[in-house]
Design a protein around this ligand. Structure first.
Ligand code: UD1
Length: 384
């Protein structure tokens, strides 16, 4: 394709499940300005199972990736290195003006480093989040990504403050809101009408949902067992629906923990399912009594849905969800888990409010800002 003089060539990068809902509204907003943006979608293939990847493209109405790097799983070094090697080839072939990365997964960091070393401008969506926990691979990914990026799009005042404290120049920081919430607000009504609860014999407010996949919770047998002991107690009072991440399923098998889960066809006790699609899971979460999780995105989604969230981590990079939202940090200690879940069951959790600019327009703001891209900052090769 021949680019017109003021058309920006952009590579949008996705790799893992939580990236898809963040990128979908950005693509949509760019499609509104086809004169200004020519964009291609690169999927690194970090997540590749049908239920971890393709089903999200269908649910979110996203275009198929133009390029799939098919890197798959591996150790952090292997996965990061494979992404870098393959992404460099794409950059050299496509010669983009700008690369956009989202979130904090290995794909985010790997593509940022690769692009910057080629002199390409990079924009990071969801910049500035910090857990200050260097045992989290995501924290390392966030730090490396943010220090390199040219555009830092933030979700809240904590992120702005973190970046400012790290010495980032203010002109790079843009407080735009939350693209994940753009996607949630767009799909909420569609998800509400899905009728999954009836199919499973569940009633609104009479079940909980849970996700668990952090290495700190599931890679150590004693820790994982302690969490399941506590949650088995909770599941006697209220069924807990647990769509299981592939890494967690592997650990359940390895540690012989299958006995904790119900195998009946209808949800009861601690009930394991395959990973669910975006709309199905949103449907469940909006009707749940509470969500128990170690995910980052769910802390944000529950804040907007007004559903209590019990976070099974010692810290969060999303403190805004505790400051104004419905999120409570329980760690992975059984006593704390039981204390917080009992508070919810007893109706003692306060209701939260929605953070500033989590209003469904974050992607629109991002695209407007990128529309002002200074063409003289194009990589030297582009020769436009
Ligand atoms: C990754 C992200 C994490 C994010 C999570 C969301 C990093 C460092 N971690 O963690 O921040 O919260 O995605 O899901 O980038 N697997 C499959 N099929 C798949 C994908 C993975 O079976 O489609 C299994 C493989 O055994 C793999 C393991 O899950 O080794 C872990 O996958 P990986 O992408 O390395 O990390 P996640 O735990 O998914």
């Amino acid at each position: 394709m021949i680019l017109k003089g003021n058309t920006l060539k952009v590579i949008n990068v996705v790799g893992a499940r939580p990236n898809f809902m963040k990128m979908a509204p950005i693509i949509e907003a760019m499609n509104e300005q086809r004169e200004r943006f020519q964009h291609i979608l690169v999927h690194t293939g970090q997540h590749y199972d049908e239920r971890m990847s393709k089903s999200f493209f269908v649910d979110l109405g996203m275009p198929k990736p133009d390029i799939d790097l098919e890197v798959g799983s591996g150790s952090h070094a292997e996965q990061t290195a494979r992404i870098m090697v393959e992404f460099e080839k794409v950059c050299l072939r496509e010669l983009p003006d700008l690369v956009i990365v989202v979130g904090d997964v290995n794909s985010t960091m790997a593509c940022t480093i690769t692009a910057k070393k080629l002199g390409i401008q990079v924009a990071h969506v969801e910049a500035g989040l910090r857990s200050r926990d260097m045992t989290m691979p995501e924290e390392i990914n966030r730090l490396c990504t943010d220090v390199l990026c040219d555009y830092l799009f933030t979700t809240d005042h904590f992120a702005n403050e973190n970046l400012a404290r790290e010495g980032v120049s203010m002109e790079k920081i843009h407080f735009v809101g939350n693209v994940m919430i753009d996607t949630l607000l767009k799909h909420k009504e569609l998800a509400r009408g899905m009728g999954i609860l009836e199919g499973w014999g569940l009633k609104p407010g009479e079940f909980a949902t849970m996700t668990l996949h952090r290495p700190s919770n599931v890679d150590d047998a004693a820790t994982f067992r302690g969490i399941l002991d506590a949650l088995s107690g909770v599941a006697k009072v209220i069924p807990i629906i647990f769509p299981v991440h592939p890494r967690t399923r592997k650990m359940v098998k390895r540690f012989g923990l299958g006995g904790y889960f119900s195998t009946a066809d209808s949800p009861q006790g601690l009930w394991m399912t395959d990973p669910l699609g975006y709309l199905e899971f949103l449907h469940l979460n909006m009707h749940a009594k509470m969500v128990i999780t170690d995910s980052g995105g769910l802390q944000e989604e529950t804040t907007v849905l007004g559903v209590p969230c019990i976070t099974l981590r010692e810290n969060t990079e999303r403190p805004i969800t505790c400051e104004v939202g419905t999120n409570f940090i329980a760690g992975n200690d059984g006593v704390a888990i039981l204390r917080y879940t009992s508070m919810v069951l007893n109706g003692e959790m306060p209701r939260g409010t929605v953070p500033e600019r989590w209003d469904g327009r974050a992607a629109e703001r991002i695209v407007e800002i990128l529309g002002g891209f200074d063409l003289s900052r194009r990589a030297a090769w582009s020769g436009h």
